[in-house]
Design a protein around this ligand. Structure first.
Ligand code: PMP
Length: 394
């Protein structure tokens, strides 16, 4: 049986991490993997997470199983964090999942379970895991244009033209904020146009939100998502706590659905629990409980929001510094898009040869499509990157 297996292609980003580790050069710069790093290159445990964990150790009296859909206090706190008052609670089903990836996987399983002929529409480009999970599950897939290689913004006209092809019951995967890998995002007006298109066609949005609080702020980042939730009869939404709570390895996330009415909500809730049962039974609880404690405690929440805001503003500052350095060095505004992008990533639009030259000649590691992790930079390395970009002719 095992001899039938063929080796799977290695994950490109993990491969890049290994190359970086093996590089003996002193001043090497890692702009690869999507993990937040502070100015010293560390990914710290957030203060509120530490405090909640301490409290949890002292007060937790059992490690017995939670519910199949996770701890209801956690799923409720996440519903409020993401959807706010956009839609009545009685239409929303939520289940805890192992991270945002687990939520996406469960959401796609839900979709296939509900209608195996429905197509999922995915932005070009997107987070590569979307593509591999969709392919693995054998779900019909189409791509829609998203990134404009010239302006490095959203090709909104192309996106809307491609999405004219959606059929009722198809799902359209949209990044809730801070698009990965491009950093280019829809304006609120564009979200409204997407809502109108989905309304007219009967297609359902599938939101992946993994960076709430990393772009324009906790509420501003979900303005588009809430607009869709308020206007459309149905929605699927996968939310990750990995980045905004810094609990990557705890595998913390939720899958939500918004249904037309309470009866559909109840069926969806039962299906979410059923799908958890089939795949891993009970979802992980530690990270979920920590997140819930933070969200439901005024002091912990205030401290978390303050630290998250520092993280967000730090990245924004690095964006502005990089754009300014490049403006000065190129005597042009063609890199100003870096300051307009939001979240942890920007696709710079370099050729594969330039990406390779940055790695070989300058020790700067970015993903092959020229996605950089802004948080991998600091005040010292911003000018280094700007200089190197000019040197390779970007
Ligand atoms: N969606 C996107 C777009 C992401 O970038 C990530 C994290 N890299 C995730 C989902 C899921 O992250 P996790 O499974 O670690 O919560």
């Amino acid at each position: 049986m095992l001899s039938e297996l063929t080796p799977q292609p290695a994950d490109k980003i993990l491969e890049l991490m290994q190359l970086y580790r093996d590089d003996p050069r002193e001043g090497k710069v890692d702009l690869g993997v999507g993990v937040y790093k502070d100015a010293d290159g560390r990914t710290p445990v957030m203060r509120a997470v530490k405090a909640a964990e301490r409290r949890l150790v002292e007060t937790q009296e059992t490690k017995a199983y939670t519910g199949l859909a996770g701890d209801p206090a956690f799923t409720e706190a996440m519903r409020r964090l993401v959807l706010g008052d956009a839609v009545e609670a009685g239409r929303v089903a939520v289940a805890a999942t192992p991270g945002g990836t687990g939520a996406i996987r469960q959401g796609l399983e839900l979709m296939r379970y509900a209608d195996k002929d429905a197509t999922i529409w995915i932005s070009s480009p997107t987070w590569p895991n979307h593509l591999t999970i969709v392919k693995y599950l054998g779900i019909p897939m189409r791509e829609y244009r998203y990134f404009d290689g010239e302006s490095r913004g959203v090709d909104f006209a192309g996106m809307m033209e491609d999405l004219k092809g959606v059929k009722a019951g198809d799902l359209v995967l949209l990044h809730g904020c801070c698009h990965n890998p491009t950093g280019a995002n829809l304006t609120v007006e564009e979200w409204a146009s997407v809502a109108a298109l989905l309304e007219a066609t009967g297609a359902v949005p599938f939101i992946d939100i993994a960076y709430q609080g990393f772009g324009d702020g906790l509420d501003a980042d979900v303005e588009g998502v809430r607009l869709l939730a308020g206007r459309l009869p149905e929605m699927v939404l996968a939310a990750s706590c990995s980045k905004n709570f810094g609990v990557y390895r705890e595998r913390t996330g939720v899958l939500m659905t918004v249904a037309r009415n309470g009866a559909d909500r109840d069926s969806a809730q039962a299906t979410l629990a059923f799908l958890n049962r089939q795949n891993y039974s009970f979802p992980p609880d530690h990270g979920a409980r920590v997140v819930q404690m933070i969200l439901d405690d005024d002091d912990l929440r205030a401290d978390w929001q303050e630290e998250l805001e520092d993280v967000r503003l730090g990245m924004l500052d690095l964006r502005q510094q990089l754009a300014a350095e490049l403006r000065q060095r190129t005597n042009s505004d063609r890199f100003d898009f870096v300051a307009q992008h939001r979240g942890m990533f920007s696709r710079l639009g370099c050729s594969p040869e330039q990406v390779m030259a940055l790695r070989k000649d300058h020790g700067i590691y970015m993903v092959g499509d020229s996605r950089i992790n802004i948080a991998g930079l600091n005040a010292r390395t911003v000018p280094v990157l700007a200089e190197a970009l000019v040197a390779v002719g970007a």
